[in-house]
Design a protein around this ligand. Structure first.
Ligand SMILES: Cc1ncc(COP(=O)(O)O)c(C=O)c1O
Length: 369
């Protein structure tokens, strides 16, 4: 980690300290309130539960330290992504999405944005800059893409798309701000499904939007207040707690993923991981990522082999979603992703790596791989 990243991580557990009076609880209290004490002039005070909540504010403050930018929290990653779209787009706009990123972003755009008169184009992540960005109001990138872990040049796309007049948005869910820093690479808005590694315990959905652009920030804040797409205080509290251990969890997960990806490759498994030197964009990954992440793609012989591997490994949760303390995996073709039937997206958790590898190795053998 760079000194700056370490400083950010170190400060997370102490952010509340400056606000504490003698006798106050050190951990963040959970404030469940739709109503606030508000006699007389309301300006400058918390007014109503759809506008403000002290638990959201503490979580947003912690996220803002990580992002080095103001953050607005949402009840899920999709609520954060759709808030950016709804806050900035209007009829006649054209947007560009990754053809191979998280599929719900495309489904949302097809199902709702097109109906409002927004045109939607897609391009593969690995050739995302090909064709330029003329005519786009918004360019949305996701790198490494979920699930195939393809990579595009964040700084290159941001510079070209901004020069063409687009707002550039990056979905940084798979990396977190500890692993990759889209805003520092020139992107206007970073969005994240904090449901994944940021919360890290697979017990809450959450999302956030981070931006240094005051106009976008105000529009997204208004969208949340007026649409009512507000996070629950309890989920904000869970995510705040998760954030305090993100650095240790993320470091363990990425280190274990690097070891396991290497061993899978040595074992002859068709493995995709940005940290492997045979990843098509490994050199770019080294330039723009602080860590190579905790997701590994592996392609086994066929669907049955993949299912047997997943179900036969006691240290793998067969589950959709990723980024939890428990390793998990799923065969993505079951959701219709454009991948081979035996393609497995595996999310490495916090289990001790040698125990995890022994279990994976045994499950691969038992599945006939
Ligand atoms: C890359 C990515 N972005 C966004 C989302 C949406 O997050 P949520 O399920 O919290 O709405 C997901 C969910 O899997 C995701 O993988």
């Amino acid at each position: 980690m760079t000194d700056q990243a370490s400083a950010r991580a170190a400060s997370l557990a102490h952010l509340r300290q400056k606000t504490l009076a003698k006798g106050d609880p050190v951990p963040l209290p959970l404030t469940m309130a739709s109503m606030f004490h508000l006699p007389g002039e309301p300006a400058g005070f918390r007014q109503y539960g759809r506008f403000d909540n002290p638990t959201w504010e503490a979580t947003e403050e912690a996220l803002a330290v990580l992002e080095d930018a103001p953050c607005i929290s949402f009840p899920s990653g999709m609520a954060a992504i759709s808030a950016v779209f709804m806050a900035v787009l209007k009829a006649g706009d054209r947007i560009l999405l990754p053809a191979d990123g998280y599929y719900t972003t495309r489904v949302f755009s097809d199902r709702f944005l097109k109906g409002f008169g927004v045109s939607v184009d897609t391009r593969p992540t690995r050739s995302f800059a090909d064709g330029g960005f003329d005519g786009y109001r918004l360019v949305f990138l996701e790198t490494p893409s979920n699930p195939t872990l393809d990579i595009c040049d964040i700084a290159g796309v941001a510079a070209a798309a901004k020069a063409a007049g687009a707002l550039v948005v990056a979905d940084n869910t798979t990396m977190t701000p500890l692993g990759q820093r889209p805003l520092d690479l020139g992107v206007d808005v970073s969005v994240s499904a904090d449901t994944k590694a940021i919360n890290g315990h697979s017990d809450a959905l959450f999302g956030h939007v981070a931006t240094r652009d005051e106009t976008v920030l105000a529009a997204v804040r208004d969208w949340r207040k007026l649409s009512g797409a507000i996070p629950g205080p309890f989920e904000a509290w869970q995510v705040h707690r998760g954030l305090e251990t993100l650095d240790v969890r993320f470091e363990r997960m990425c280190a274990s993923a690097a070891t396991i990806a290497e061993r899978l490759r040595e074992r002859g498994v068709d493995t995709v991981y940005p940290g492997l030197d045979d990843h098509p964009a490994h050199n770019l990954a080294k330039r723009q990522m602080q860590r190579f992440g905790f997701l590994i793609g592996l392609t086994l012989r066929d669907a049955a082999t993949a299912e047997n591997f997943i179900d036969g490994c006691p240290l793998i949760q067969p589950a959709t979603s990723f980024g939890g303390v428990h390793s998990s995996a799923e065969r993505r073709a079951r959701w219709g992703d454009a991948v081979a039937p035996g393609f497995v997206r595996m999310s490495i958790g916090c289990e001790p790596v040698e125990e995890l590898w022994a279990a994976l190795d045994a499950a691969l053998s038992a599945s006939g791989s």
